[in-house]
Design a protein around this ligand. Structure first.
Ligand code: GTP
Length: 255
C-alpha cells in the first residue's frame, strides 16, 4: 500500500484532516461524470481518461470497487416526475447503470487492465450475478470491480448501493466522485458566497440537508462508521489524490 508523501501529510495536517490512507475503497461515480462536456450519454475521451486513472489506482495496489450511477442515460426521479410508476422508472435507472458499467469495463479492458462487472439484477448473459464472497475474491486478486444495477431494488439510489456495498466488502471509505470539489454551505453554482467544508460530521450533514448523499445512504454510513470523501473526479489527478489519502474535497465522518 502506498504511503502519502511528506508534502501531502503536511497539507493534511494543515487542513486539520487526518492522513487517510486506504487499502480498499468503494468509489461512487455519478453517471454524469461520464458525459464530459456533452449533454447526454458517454463521452469517449472522458471514459478513457477515467479508466486510465482507475488503472493507476489499481496499479498502486489499492483494491478498487466502483458503483456507477445512470443519470447520464436515465434518471428515475425524472421519470417519476413525468408520471411514470416509480418502480418502473427505477428499474430503467438500474439498466442505465448496467450500460455505464459495461462501457467502463470495456474502457478499462481496452487499456489492458483486469475488471469484473457484477450485477445486482440477474442478467447472466451480460454480467456475473452479485455474490458477496465472490466480489471480495475479485478484489483480493487485484481486479477492478464494477457493481452494476444499484441495489437491485426500486426506491434505493445508487448512493445507497455504494454505501451498502462498501459495508459488505468492508471498504475503508466511500469516495464519492462528482463534478463538484466537495460539500458546500449552499449551492456554489447559485450562491457565490458558498463555502466548502473540509470536514463534516454525519449528524451535521444530515441536519443541514447538505446533499452529500441521500439520507438512507448517509445513515447507513453513519451507523457503520464508514467515512465518505466527496471530491471532484472530473479534474485529472484528483482521484489518485483522494485515494492516496491527500486532503481533497470534503471528508464526512463522525467527529
Ligand atoms: P476466478 O477464476 O474464479 O478467479 O474468476 P474469473 O472471473 O477470472 O473466472 P470465471 O471463470 O468465473 O469468469 C470468467 C469470465 O466470465 C469473467 O470475465 C467473468 O466476469 C465472466 N463471468 C463469470 N460468471 C458469469 C456470469 O454468470 N455471467 C456472465 N455474463 N459472465 C460471467
Amino acid at each position: 500500500m502506498p504511503s502519502a508523501d511528506h508534502e501531502s501529510v503536511e497539507n493534511a495536517s494543515l487542513n486539520g484532516l487526518e492522513q487517510r490512507p486506504y487499502k480498499r475503497v468503494l468509489l461512487k461515480l455519478s453517471g454524469e461524470v461520464l458525459m464530459g462536456d456533452t449533454a447526454f450519454g458517454i463521452d469517449t475521451n472522458t471514459i478513457n481518461r477515467l479508466a486510465r486513472e482507475l488503472i493507476e489506482v489499481q496499479q498502486s495496489g489499492i483494491e478498487l470497487a466502483i458503483v456507477i450511477g445512470g443519470g447520464n442515460i436515465f434518471r428515475g426521479m425524472s421519470g417519476t416526475a413525468s408520471g411514470m410508476d416509480r418502480a418502473s422508472a427505477d428499474y430503467m435507472g438500474m439498466l442505465a447503470t448496467m450500460m455505464n458499467s459495461i462501457a467502463l469495463q470495456d474502457a478499462i479492458e481496452r487499456q489492458g487492465a483486469t475488471v469484473r462487472v457484477i450485477s445486482a439484477l440477474h442478467i447472466k448473459e451480460i454480467a456475473e450475478p452479485y455474490i458477496r464472497r465472490r466480489a471480495v475474491r475479485h478484489l483480493e486478486k487485484g481486479r477492478i470491480l464494477v457493481f452494476a444495477a444499484g441495489t437491485g431494488n426500486p426506491y434505493f439510489t445508487t448512493d445507497t448501493a455504494a454505501s451498502l456495498r462498501a459495508m459488505e466488502i468492508q471498504a475503508d471509505a466511500v469516495l464519492k466522485g462528482t463534478k463538484v470539489d466537495g460539500v458546500y454551505t449552499s449551492d456554489p453554482a447559485k450562491d457565490p458566497s458558498a463555502k466548502r467544508y473540509e470536514t463534516l460530521t454525519f449528524t451535521e450533514a444530515l441536519a443541514k440537508r447538505l446533499g452529500v448523499m441521500d439520507a438512507t445512504a448517509m445513515s447507513l454510513c453513519r451507523d457503520n462508521h464508514m467515512p465518505i470523501v466527496v471530491f471532484d473526479v472530473t479534474t485529472p489527478g484528483q482521484l489518485l489524490k483522494a485515494i492516496s489519502g491527500e486532503a481533497v474535497g470534503t471528508l464526512v465522518q463522525e467527529s
